[in-house]
Ligand binder design. Structure first.
Ligand code: HEC
Ligand code: HEC
Length: 239
């Protein structure tokens, strides 16, 4: 009888040990995924030179704004939505798909028909980062409703922008990709030779030519108003 008790207690002890080791390993590998995901979000030498951070803030933009207003919405508290929003207004059902759509469109190595499919582990790591306590402390998120528009201000309105006000918009919304010395992931816009209309069109993404298989992300109205658009067009036009 006593022997049986010893055996039972011994077995219980072993399984407790194994159980906690597995749990600890699980949370350690999740920690590692979160760290790797954070590095990917800020990926310095991505195949296109573009990383998530060029378009999405990974911090609370309302409470701690930085110098930039990016084209896409912040992903702070964005890890737990019921549905996700794509860059063209399409709704997406899973976070995995939202991440891989963006990776493929802007970040992964370019093949013959655009970006290659991202690696599974990269999606897993980015997802772990987006859902981490630091990035999504509330563990729930409302869906975003970007106001995409294809309607441009009238030609006459595009002509009356203020380049001085526009230079501030440029520093906030464009320079993160279009460094004037050409060191950014997008071309320098110095002496670009575009018409006002062409510049405005780029910003709202009405045309789709794309350089090196890349397309500029659209700025919805709630990230860049028509007034700001008109002013930044005036600035870029005379650069
Ligand atoms: C060139 C700009 C750009 C880059 C780079 C980019 N995205 Fe996006 N992403 C967008 C746009 C535009 C949308 C549409 C919704 C919006 O305005 O946020 C979007 C949507 C999303 C969504 C769904 C948004 C929501 O809250 O419904 C997720 C998640 C997302 N991106 C993750 C990523 C991740 C992770 C990366 C890096 C691997 C990345 N994106 C890189 C532009 C970009
Ligand atoms: C997330 C990065 C990003 C941001 C932010 C961005 N752009 Fe772009 N832009 C690009 C990329 C990439 C291209 C090249 C692909 C293309 O032509 O669509 C481009 C191309 C352009 C072009 C055509 C340049 C050429 O030589 O073909 C213009 C004009 C332009 N952008 C204007 C702007 C303005 C104005 C802003 C700010 C309101 C802005 N961009 C913000 C990434 C960005």
């Amino acid at each position: 009888m006593r022997n049986l008790l010893v055996v039972v207690m011994f077995l219980a002890g072993i399984s407790l040990l194994v159980g906690t080791t597995i749990l600890a390993q699980g949370s350690r590998s999740r920690e590692r995924d979160i760290q790797e995901g954070k590095m990917l979000f800020h990926w310095k030498d991505s195949p296109t030179g573009i990383a998530c951070i060029h378009c999405h803030a990974d911090f609370n933009e309302k409470k701690e704004p930085d110098a930039h207003v990016r084209p896409a919405h912040p992903l702070f508290n964005g890890g737990f939505r019921a549905e996700w929003q794509s860059w063209d207004g399409r709704k997406i059902t899973t976070l995995d798909l939202a991440i891989s759509t963006c990776m493929q469109r802007w970040i992964t190595e370019r093949g013959e028909d655009g970006g290659k499919t991202p690696a599974k582990h990269q999606i897993r790591q980015l997802k772990a980062y987006l859902k981490s306590d630091k990035l999504s402390p509330e563990k729930k998120s409302k869906p975003i409703e970007p106001n995409f528009t294809k309607k441009l201000p009238r030609e006459s309105a595009l002509r009356v922008g203020d380049p001085k006000l526009g230079s501030t918009v440029f520093r906030k919304s464009c320079i993160i990709c279009h460094a004037t010395d050409g060191s950014g992931p997008a071309p320098s816009l110095l002496r670009n030779g575009y018409s006002r209309y062409q510049i405005a069109k780029k910003i709202r993404e009405i045309d789709n030519p794309g350089l090196n298989g890349l397309v500029m992300p659209p700025f919805p109205m709630d990230r860049l108003s028509d007034r700001q658009l008109i002013n930044v067009v005036a600035f870029v036009y005379q650069m």
